[in-house]
Design a protein. Structure first.
Length: 414
């Protein structure tokens, strides 16, 4: 992590309110950790090496307790602080950043829905630097991305989970999983869902590191199999009312995490391109300049990319400010404004990260495609993660608001 990167974050943070001392300490720690994990990011991506050591360093840093309430021993930071940490970590390794964001989402849900003694127990384990969360929510082969086949059958003192989950990001290094299942005894949609907090060493639970996507290679976003996995009543939730609250920022938090990762990827990619142009690139023989970085077309493209990326940062910072407003004063109106801003930031950051990560090669030339540089990881990571949900629907949401002022319906994606 260079001075250029850390100073850029400081300038973007200035668009919001002044950061608190605990938040600033967390940001400083994230910058330091991002620099450490960046050192071996190319090798891990090339050889699909899961970042066990890097996750251990993440635990030791104390950053995992960012969203844990102070009463449970954590830092009690704001949701926007968590998202800024995600952005910083993504500049070092977007795979680690994605796992960190999933961890934060699980803590948010835990604090929203869990039985108090369970919440305190699990939060204190995070605060004691001994617990990393992951999720087992999505599945393959269902009617759509939100449909579930994993079942939760009532049994003495709890539930028995059976089925298979996929896209279980971070599961290989996690201590606990946030699991979504369908109640086999449900009589209506209102009691159909069961949310469970399941230890990764539970009997009958198997984690398969079979994620073979072209990007985000080291996230272990593969399969988790449940075979009569028992989870006690104290570790389950069946009342999802609060997740459907018209003022809940849950889905805004989830979606904003992707924007943070996109921005981190784009910053790292652009910085690597600039360093390459300064230190290694040769000028085009008919350019009339002695250095590649003096080529007028290179200057034009770098300037355009910097403008696109700074615009995305500004939109994201505005969205984070509105997320703060929602967290402080949760109403349908504050939530609606934050949802629109989130959609704008995610849409524009998607375009920006894809443009930066593919334009890099045009700027740097054929030698920049050699494996030793690992520049291709930026585009592969960005292209993979930006497929999470269609960006076209973000533009549709913004367009609807522009036309009639309506806020989006609350869904997993809005």
């Amino acid at each position: 992590m260079t001075d250029f990167e850390s100073s850029l974050f400081a300038s973007s943070a200035a668009f919001g309110e002044a950061v608190s001392s605990p938040a600033q300490r967390a940001f400083d720690s994230a910058v330091e950790l991002a620099s450490e994990i960046a050192a071996s990011a190319v090798e891990r991506d090339r050889d699909r090496i899961f970042p066990h050591e890097e996750l251990a360093a993440l635990k030791a840093s104390g950053l995992l307790a960012a969203l844990v309430p102070t009463g449970d021993g954590g830092e009690g930071l704001k949701l926007s602080d968590h998202l800024r940490i995600v952005r910083l970590l993504a500049q070092g390794d977007p795979c680690v950043a994605q796992m960190f964001h999933g961890h934060g989402l699980a803590i948010y849900v835990l604090n929203l829905l869990a039985e108090p003694t369970t919440r305190v127990e699990l939060n204190r384990r995070v605060a004691n630097r001994s617990l990393l969360w992951a999720n087992a929510v999505s599945e393959l082969g269902t009617a759509n991305a939100l449909a579930m086949a994993l079942t939760a059958g009532p049994t003495a003192g709890g539930w028995s989970l059976n089925g298979t989950k996929f896209y279980c990001t971070g599961s290989l290094g996690a201590d606990e999983l946030l699991v979504a299942a369908m109640n086999t005894d449900a009589t209506s949609d209102d009691d159909a869902a069961v949310l469970a907090f399941v230890s990764t060493d539970a009997e009958g639970l198997t984690i398969n590191d079979d994620w073979d996507g072209m990007g985000q290679r080291t996230t272990a976003s593969g399969t988790v199999v449940f075979s009569d996995v028992f989870v006690s009543d104290l570790r389950t939730c069946t009342d999802m009312t609060l997740t459907k609250d018209l003022a809940s920022p849950r889905s805004i938090l989830a979606q904003s995490g992707f924007t943070s990762v996109y921005l981190g990827i784009a910053e790292d990619a652009l910085l690597e391109a600039i360093n390459y142009l300064r230190d290694e690139a040769r000028p085009y023989p008919y350019s009339g300049v002695e250095r590649a970085l003096d080529d007028p077309y290179i200057l034009q493209h770098v300037g355009k990319l910097r403008c696109m990326l700074d615009a995305a940062h500004c939109l994201n910072d505005r969205a984070l400010d509105l997320l703060d407003e929602t967290e402080d004063d949760p109403t349908p109106a504050t939530r609606g404004r934050a949802a629109i801003a989130m959609a704008q930031a995610k849409a524009v950051s998607t375009e920006a990260v894809l443009e930066v990560t593919q334009r890099l090669f045009q700027l740097c030339g054929s030698r920049s495609t050699r494996q030793g540089y690992g520049f291709d990881r930026h585009w592969r990571n960005a292209r993979t993660l930006t497929l999470h949900d269609p960006v076209d629907y973000k533009y549709r949401t913004v367009g609807q608001y522009a036309l009639d002022g309506s806020y989006p319906e609350i869904t997993t994606y809005t």
